[in-house]
Every structure is written in structure tokens, then in C-alpha cells.
Design a protein around this ligand. Structure first.
Ligand code: PGA
Length: 253
């Protein structure tokens, strides 16, 4: 049985004090009422990481970043390496989010490099994939996701894949209020699991968590998460409100 995961992606929201306050309230809630069915992760901006780690380190909530550099160290002004992320106490990093792919031109090759660096630093990677609306309308969504995984992830050796969580996020559903139907999510998640099975075998495919992301809310999460290949969610907007985020975690059955 795969344990489900609910990961909050705070994106570029909240100053340090606001972020610590939200982390504190989520930490307190799950310390008193542990989420038995789900692993809870907060993926914060870099500047929040060490402060949030101080709050959650003895609790039930895990910590992640939203990006890391494509180089290990050196003269890269403004960048933050995977190793630096790890040194804050974070255990996860989101890579390949569609906002990074589109606004910062991160392509599959670069994402593979970042993934290798993150794994070498000892982080687990939440690797995002997903098609834009036009690609779905043109019935190219399976091809696009296949390419993203084949070029970004499948160069990895088999023993590294258990450090990977895949997040399927149809770009047309991110922050738009449009959600993939539970059947659309299941169809793509099953397809992704089949690709992983072909490449790495059945045992690996069965163990790999595949999250859904895109306008998840407390009101739609239970139905999406009930699908057999949907192992939880990557949550943007709703992760910024304690009640909504907790509601989504509690939708995991
Ligand atoms: P959303 O974002 O929940 O606000 O749609 C999800 C994501 O981008 O990870």
C-alpha cells in the first residue's frame, strides 16, 4: 500500500513572519491530531526553510523547497543549491513545476540535471509534469507527459527512483479553479504508472507515489484522491489557508 502525500506549495507568498505563523499552526494541529493516512509536506520559499524546520523538526510535518540550482556550488549569484536546501533540514524539493518550465525556461534536460543534484544532496524530489490546455485540446497530453518523464526522469538509475514522487499537474488546472475530473486524473496517473512500469518494473511502479495538482480544494479532494492511482495532492492556493490545507489532508481516506 502506498501512503498518500499532501504537499503544500506556498509559491512566492507570505513574508517570513506570516510563513512561520502558518507553519506553526499547521504543525500544532498535526502534532495534536496526526494525519494517520497521509504524509504532510510544506514546500516553502527558501527564506522560510530553516525557520520552518525549527518549528516542525520534532513533529509530524515534513519540509521541502520549491526549486534548487542546476549547479552544485560556485559563482552563481542569487542561486540556492540542493546541498544548501538540504542543510536547512528540508527533505524534499519540487522540481519541474510548470511555472518554472514556462517563466524560467526550464527544459527537460536542465530538470534532469537539477534532479540528479538534488538526489546527490540527499533530497527527495517531487517531480512535476503536465500539459497545457492547447496540448490537451490537440490530444497531445499523453505525448507531452511521456516526453517530460522520459527526458527529465527516466535517465535516472533504478535505485534512485524510490526517492522520487511524481506530481501530475495539468497546467490548465493550476490556479484557475478548473480541476481535472477524477477520471481525467486517474487516466493520466495510470498512464504514468504504466510508463514507470515499462522502464523500471512492476515493483517500482507499484511503490511510486503520483500526486495530482491543480485547484485541489477540501470540496473536491476526497473524490480525486479516491482514484486508485492518485496518491494525494500538490496544493497551491489552498495550502495558504490553514483550514483549507487541513481539510485537504483530512480528505485522504
Ligand atoms: P493550485 O496550484 O492548487 O493553486 O492550482 C497547484 C500547484 O501549482 O502546485
Amino acid at each position: 500500500m502506498r501512503k498518500k502525500i499532501v504537499a503544500g506549495n506556498w509559491k512566492m507568498n507570505m513574508d517570513l513572519a506570516e510563513g512561520l505563523k502558518l507553519a506553526e499552526s499547521i504543525h500544532k494541529y498535526f502534532s495534536e491530531k496526526p494525519a494517520e493516512k497521509a504524509t504532510v509536506i510544506l514546500c516553502t520559499p527558501f527564506i522560510h526553510l530553516s525557520g520552518v524546520h525549527e518549528i516542525v523538526k520534532h513533529g509530524k510535518v515534513f519540509l521541502g523547497a520549491q526549486n534548487c540550482a542546476a549547479e552544485a556550488s560556485g559563482a552563481y549569484t542569487g542561486e540556492v543549491s540542493a546541498w544548501m536546501v538540504k542543510s536547512t533540514g528540508a527533505e524534499y524539493v519540487i522540481l519541474g513545476h510548470s511555472e518554472r518550465r514556462s517563466y524560467y525556461n526550464e527544459d527537460d534536460r536542465l530538470l534532469n540535471k537539477k534532479t540528479m543534484l538534488a538526489l546527490n544532496a540527499g533530497l527527495k524530489v517531487i517531480f512535476c509534469c503536465g500539459e497545457v490546455l492547447k496540448e490537451r485540446e490537440d490530444n497531445k497530453h499523453f505525448l507531452v507527459v511521456k516526453r517530460q518523464l522520459e527526458e527529465g526522469l527516466f535517465p535516472l538509475a533504478a535505485e534512485l527512483i524510490d526517492k522520487i514522487v511524481i506530481a501530475y499537474e495539468p497546467v490548465w488546472a493550476i490556479g484557475t479553479g478548473l480541476t481535472a475530473t477524477p477520471d481525467q486524473a486517474q487516466e493520466m496517473h495510470q498512464y504514468i504508472r504504466d510508463l514507470v512500469r515499462e522502464k523500471y518494473g512492476n515493483d517500482t511502479a507499484k511503490k511510486l507515489p503520483i500526486l495530482y495538482g491543480g485547484s485541489c480544494k477540501p470540496s473536491n479532494a476526497a473524490e480525486i484522491f479516491s482514484k486508485p492511482d492518485v496518491d494525494g495532492g500538490l496544493i497551491g492556493g489552498a495550502a495558504l489557508k490553514k483550514e483549507d490545507f487541513i481539510g485537504i489532508v483530512e480528505a485522504v481516506k
